[in-house]
Design a binder for this molecule. Structure first.
Ligand code: SF4
Length: 428
């Protein structure tokens, strides 16, 4: 095993919708992809993928142009000797981790990230993490989760990572005041905007997970009320529920309407006066609506087709149909969490077509038949569909770009307007 550095230097509850369930070949990235945005967020954490050269290449190309003085992720390559059982993979892993932590005193939290190969050779990373934690705590905490592509989609990597972090969160004392926890990686700029709005609403204390530093873990207990910032955090939510925290049901903070509904869920839990809520959010909403109006003219009346990929599909469909006047032909999602998505689902038309899971050939047939104005899909499908004259939007961009909150509403709409403009220019 050798370590390879990869980088240098408002809604009412309607009856549940009809959903087409599909099982077949899938076209999605694996959970390792989440490392790309998670390592930017937790600045003293390190992600050590225990995988193959394929895994290394995946995150290297996804990380692309990012250059850091010190990398925050790498791959411990499982080679032929490990696969053939000729080497003691645990001893090799300990050697790699020892060398890494000796060289990098800045690392406070180390994630061992499992992959398809580590699962195939049945390398028990949870025992490895416990063993290594015993050696390195309190200086470094070692945790593990799986980013394996076997049965996971790319946003599930974040869910697995945050769920692994929950048992490490300090317990809030029984007398601790009520606290709001925002769960899901948000760009720092978005986090700061939300922090200021919560402060003006009189909601707090407010904490975010993942935190920017592993030394600043939020406490959790029966006084914790949490808002999900991302719709793909089912395991994390379950782990928080087990620690006594309570989920605040809300639509997701995409667009002006979604952001208002999301903030209002916290405001209601804190008993904020509706007039005060309106006064605090009015200017933000007005700015967001002005920004959206610029793109509505370009998007109104256009159709959109979602392949299952990021699990953001339902809130995005809600935003595009209700706020931008588009029509969603089919909303495909790898996994549809009815409870977490209830508020967004209730805002979509009763006859909206949904699919859950994937049979890529069937879905391609439906997409080609519908000839949507824009298709939201993974990178692997985008090029062939573009070649067939369809306009596409890469769903992964929605994870790399700050899109949540009032100030980003216009940027979110622009992400969909841009490919349509490009297509129009090409056709001219
Ligand atoms: S974890 Fe599996 S799917 Fe992901 S890059 Fe590695 S081998 Fe490929």
């Amino acid at each position: 095993m050798a370590m390879l550095d990869l980088q240098k230097p408002e809604a009412s509850c309607a009856s549940p919708p009809e959903i087409l369930r599909e099982r077949g070949q899938r076209e999605v990235f694996c959970g390792l992809t989440g490392i790309i945005w998670l390592h930017r967020k937790i600045q003293d954490a390190f992600f050590l993928v225990v995988g193959s050269r394929t895994c290394a290449h995946l995150i290297q190309s996804a990380a692309g142009v990012m250059i850091f003085a010190e990398p925050r992720f790498a791959t411990a390559i499982i080679d032929e000797r490990d696969l053939a059982g000729l080497a003691d993979a645990n001893a090799e892993l300990d050697r790699v981790v020892n060398r890494l932590l000796e060289r990098r005193p800045d690392i406070k939290l180390l994630f061992l990230v499992g992959s398809c190969p580590s699962e195939v050779i049945k390398l028990d990373l949870s025992r490895a993490a416990q063993r290594l934690s015993r050696s390195f705590e309190p200086r470094v905490r070692v945790l593990n989760y799986s980013g394996s592509g076997i049965e996971t989609t790319f946003t599930q990597g974040e869910d697995a990572c945050l769920a692994a972090l929950v048992p490490s969160l300090p317990a809030a004392p029984a007398t601790a005041p009520r606290e709001l926890l925002v769960v899901g990686a948000l760009a720092d700029v978005v986090e700061d905007q939300f922090k200021r709005i919560f402060e003006r609403l009189g909601i707090g204390p407010v904490r975010f997970m993942p935190p920017r530093s592993a030394l600043d873990l939020p406490q959790v207990g029966p006084g914790t009320r949490y808002l999900l910032a991302q719709p793909f955090l089912g395991d994390t939510a379950r782990a928080l529920d087990d620690r006594g925290a309570k989920w605040l049901p809300a639509a997701f903070p995409l667009g002006a309407e979604g952001t208002t509904a999301w903030l209002r869920a916290a405001a209601d839990a804190w008993g904020v006066d509706p007039e005060h809520f309106g006064a605090v959010t009015a200017a933000h909403r007005a700015r967001a609506e002005t920004a959206l109006a610029r793109y509505r003219a370009k998007l109104e009346g256009k159709s959109v087709f979602f392949f299952p990929d990021s699990q953001l599909e339902v809130p995005l469909a809600r935003f595009l149909t209700r706020e931008m006047g588009m029509r969603a032909v089919e909303v495909g999602t790898p996994y549809l969490h009815r409870q977490h998505l209830a508020a967004d689902l209730a805002m979509l038309p009763a006859d909206q077509a949904y699919s859950e899971g994937q049979h890529v050939d069937n879905q391609l047939d439906r997409c080609r038949a519908a000839r949507p104005d824009i298709t939201v899909c993974g990178l692997g499908l985008a090029n062939p569909l573009e070649a067939e004259g369809l306009t596409t939007k890469w769903s992964i961009e929605l994870l790399f770009t700050p899109i949540q909150g009032y100030e980003q509403a216009g940027d979110l709409a622009e992400l969909f307007a841009r490919p349509l403009e490009r297509r129009a220019r090409l056709a001219a």
